[in-house]
Design a protein around this ligand. Structure first.
Ligand code: SF4
Length: 315
């Protein structure tokens, strides 16, 4: 459906608060939903364009223009983070955009959230080499589990993926973190966890984070981990920390920009409750609910009940 609202920014969103990254401005290089994987837990919905082809999916000049507009006032940010509607390393211009940010805005730290599937290519490793932090997902070490959870493009080889990630860590002077999303019943048994630890021993990341379902994923059957599963993970794996989903505000005072635009661009990238958005923006909950009602009535968003609350997400 064509949106009735004309957004201020098409390729950047937030800033959003992140426990790991602090106040984070999102840069979304990919059209929804273009990715080399189709993860069952993906918060952006089902992959509609499953590909490993690298190209300039969105125009470099427009991304740079939006970044210049936003960054010209030198706002406080802890990270400029490449993430959003698909796999950012599929964008052929990611290296150029990182280089331009490093040159024109050297005060900012750059993070890349990636699914790690393309690092067997030296060109892709070189493209992200100047990022301060690369956070790559790795959810399975056996082929069957990989195909069940991540539903990869047929050309992706798990062994090559591990080798690519290990080469990235070896060549890159900056931080390489790994994130393992636990899907109970699939990658939480001792055998799979030990194999994942084996892959981590080869990659040798600086940090390993365990993630779990916090908001609606693509498949309804994916469940969050229990304390019992968490204990099993900590017994099978070394030095893992659990991603903390507690919220904190991105803006010290109430957000002063276009709130409707902020609400829409946030829920377009990841499902959020009204309370999440109120915490991110510092805006009054009633005001957020009024904006969400407008977006619901105009068919811009849908809502879904989950144990943590009612989530709003893109159609
Ligand atoms: S979770 Fe990330 S890697 Fe997986 S389908 Fe979604 S965007 Fe792609």
């Amino acid at each position: 459906m064509k949106s009735k609202f004309k957004p201020v920014f098409n390729f950047i969103f937030g800033p959003v608060p992140s426990r790991r990254l602090g106040v984070s401005l999102g840069v979304d290089l990919m059209p929804h939903k273009t990715c080399s994987l189709d993860c069952v837990y993906c918060e952006c919905g089902k992959t509609t364009h499953l590909t490993t082809k690298r190209k300039e999916y969105t125009p470099f000049d427009q991304i740079r223009k939006e970044l210049d507009i936003f960054l010209s006032s030198h706002p406080h940010l802890d990270s400029i983070t490449f993430s959003g509607s698909g796999e950012p390393t599929l964008h052929l211009g990611i290296g150029e955009i990182i280089k331009y940010l490093k040159k024109d805005y050297p005060e900012y730290s750059i993070s890349v959230l990636t699914n790690g599937t393309l690092f067997h290519s030296l060109e892709v490793r070189d493209a992200v080499a100047q990022a301060d932090r690369i956070i790559a997902s790795f959810d399975a070490a056996s082929d069957t589990v990989f195909r069940t959870i991540n539903r990869p493009h047929p050309s992706i080889d798990l062994q090559e993926m591990v080798e690519g990630l290990a080469a990235l860590k070896k060549e890159c002077s900056n931080q390489v973190w790994m994130e393992i999303f636990i899907v109970p019943g699939h990658n939480d048994d001792d055998h799979e966890l030990k194999q994942i630890q084996g892959a981590m021993d080869i990659i040798k990341p600086h940090q390993i984070h365990i993630n779990t379902l916090d908001r609606p994923g693509t498949e309804d059957w994916v469940q969050p981990i229990t304390q019992e599963v968490l204990k099993r993970i900590q017994a099978c794996m070394h030095n893992v920390s659990v991603v903390d989903h507690a919220k904190h505000a991105a803006f010290p005072d109430e957000f002063s920009g276009d709130l409707l635009d902020m609400v829409l661009s946030t829920v377009k990238r990841r499902p959020c409750t009204a309370e999440d958005i109120s915490e991110i923006t510092g805006a009054d909950l009633n005001k957020i609910n009024q904006h969400l009602d407008i977006l619901l009535k105009n068919g811009e968003v849908v809502k879904k009940k989950m144990p943590r609350g009612t989530f709003f997400s893109r159609i």
